[in-house]
Design a protein around this ligand. Sequence first.
Ligand SMILES: [Zn+2]
Ligand SMILES: [Zn+2]
Length: 253
Amino acid sequence: MKTDVIQVFRKGFGNCVELLFPRRCAFCDRPVKLPGILFCPDCEKALPKIRGARCEKCGRPLFGKEETRCPDCRRLPHLFSRGSAPFVYRDMQMPIYRFKYGGRAEYAEAFASVMEEELRRTFLPGETDLIVPVPLHERRLQSRGYNQAALLAIELGKRCHIPVETDLLIRKKDTAPLKDQTPAERRKNLSDAFCINRLSHKNKVQFKNILLVDDIFTTGATIDACAAPLLFAGASKVCFLSLSVSTEDEEKR
Ligand SMILES: [Zn+2]
Ligand SMILES: [Zn+2]
């Protein structure tokens, strides 16, 4: 609750509030000393961004020398066209945990600043017409208080001047935590999990290049399940940008 109040005041009174309630670094969670700073200088320099070769489809780091796709994308066709993420999940586990469950909604601005770089690196200027966050089920949204993917999408849209629709997709099924399921179980569970909000105008989707935004990309089952109704409604293509991607070894655990 206290965090929410600070967030509201921060929006209203900007830098004055930052002096009273210093913003915390989105990586190490220590208070940052200067207003307007999103990561402390030491963390900013050492952010564990993905470098080197990546899967051309999902952006995961590649380890095999002459491959262009990760084992997962070689095995499975995806409905999304391509996507990327600035971090590997393992390196961001604690910051993402605090962001989702520790009331640190304020991290969205910092994370979106890194996602903006990633968007500019991955997609052409003007390639994205619309940003859509992966929705939470209503019940989960009530208990958490906010959808972390929507916060990232809103901040990213502001930075890149791309429209954002947070209510366009609806999560119909409250699926069990996906991390304990095999990839096949995930796909089965997620089929028909999402639909387009009937109140949304069809033209919002038709012939549009849509960018789905989420915090963690694991097998791509969630992104594919979100892409299905969008493509069915006439979207030209669906890509994704996630804050982090998990690697094969993380999925096996
Ligand atoms: Zn820091
Ligand atoms: Zn891949």
